[in-house]
Write a protein that binds this ligand. Structure first.
Ligand SMILES: [Zn+2]
Ligand SMILES: [Zn+2]
Length: 377
């Protein structure tokens, strides 16, 4: 349980104490935003797998104390300068809802100069500041957030808050990866490895692109398997019950029935398990695309059969970060489909106030949650 180290007047934040790998709930004064900055009031703040990795010590960050959380959605309370615009050029006004992104591409490196800001060579992150330093609320696990206006993406009217909060990081991650791989064509067979947020979103995206979708997931959380179906997967395979040879057989049989080639047109790796890679190389068809955005932390190596890449002429496409335009694409995708919004909203299974951030992180870490979010008190 987190301890209340200091309880003053203001708003609460869950501060990550790096040395002890735990959270402390602290209160800081709510200050006016600095020039070019926007202060937002918490509406939803998602727990991401990355946060779980950081808390478990598998991903190191500089700094002794910081406020984690990069999936903050808030209502604009105050603007630090008149006529501020969000990262996509839209005017921001009090009361607007916006997603706050934390990545700060440098704008000057080889990749940024070519518009490839998702692959910046000198990324900064807005939340790497000591919360003791004013205006205190630098990260997402808090009741307030101070963000540069250019890191915000305004949420269009008609987009449900819970729906937007379901995949604000996983969605753009998948969208960028699909884009790098030349996107999808109607009728393609797409196998998604993994039933976490990135995998579930990828399944929804592919199904709505008119593809036939297979999800290989873990039945340890049956809610995820059910959601994969609701999001449009034709076939959902529990990897604990259906072994790798049977999975390969099922995918090849489906490809044959659909009149496709010797496997899936596209395999999308969203499990983060290195062992998924040799299987993906088997599942993808000759001349198919293998998209790999899911290997987010170092989980060791794995043996592959490189001749498969050669003989099947497989295109392997990696993808790490996303750009603000991908967040815009995520919101447009949602805005266009009310039915999908209802299913996305149902993905939020755990809600906790900031003071119970540790409980929300535990629900995510133990796989009990499809999506855990922090909400206002
Ligand atoms: Zn994330
Ligand atoms: Zn750069």
């Amino acid at each position: 349980m987190p301890t209340r180290v200091y309880k003053g007047y203001g708003a609460e934040a869950a501060v990550f104490l790096a040395a002890r790998r735990r959270l402390a709930i602290r209160s800081y004064p709510v200050l006016p935003p600095e020039r070019g900055q926007v202060r937002l009031r918490l509406l939803r703040s998602g727990i991401c797998g990355t946060d779980v990795h950081i808390l478990a010590g598998r991903l190191a960050l500089p700094g002794r104390e910081l406020i984690l959380g990069h999936e903050f959605i808030g209502a604009v309370e105050a603007l630090g300068s008149p006529r501020l615009r969000d990262g996509l050029g839209l005017r921001l006004r009090q009361g607007d809802r916006a997603i706050a992104c934390v990545a700060r591409p440098c704008g000057r490196c080889f990749n940024c100069r070519r518009g490839e800001t998702a692959s910046c060579l000198a990324f900064g992150v807005t939340y790497l500041r000591d919360p003791g330093e004013a205006p205190h609320f630098h990260g997402g696990f808090a009741e307030q957030l101070h963000s540069p206006a250019g890191n915000l993406v305004r949420i269009p009217r008609g987009v449900d808050l819970d729906a937007a909060a379901a995949f604000p990081c996983a969605g753009p991650t998948a969208i960028r990866a699909f884009d790098f791989a030349g996107n999808l064509r109607r009728g393609e067979l797409v196998v998604v490895q993994g039933s976490g947020p990135v995998g579930l979103f990828a399944a929804a995206w592919a199904a709505r692109a008119g593809c036939v979708v297979v999800v290989i997931g873990s039945g340890s959380n049956p809610a995820r398997m059910k959601l994969a179906r609701r999001l449009g997967a034709r076939l959902v395979l529990d990897y604990r019950k259906v072994d790798a040879p049977a999975r390969l057989k099922a995918v090849r049989a489906l490809a044959a029935r659909l009149g496709r080639g010797d496997g899936a047109d596209v395999v999308f790796e969203a499990s983060g398990a290195p062992t998924a890679i040799p299987e993906g190389l088997n599942l993808v068809r000759t001349l198919g695309r293998y998209i790999v955005p899911g290997q987010y932390s170092s989980s060791g190596g794995v043996e592959i059969q490189p001749q498969l890449i050669t003989f099947k002429a497989i295109r392997i496409v990696g993808s790490g970060q996303y750009k603000l335009a991908d967040v815009g694409a995520y919101l447009r995708f949602l805005a266009a489909d009310r039915g999908l919004q209802r299913i996305f909203a149902a993905c939020i299974t755990h809600r906790h106030p900031v003071g119970e951030a540790a409980a929300a992180l535990a629900a995510a870490a133990e796989g009990r949650a499809v999506k855990a979010v922090l909400v206002p008190r």
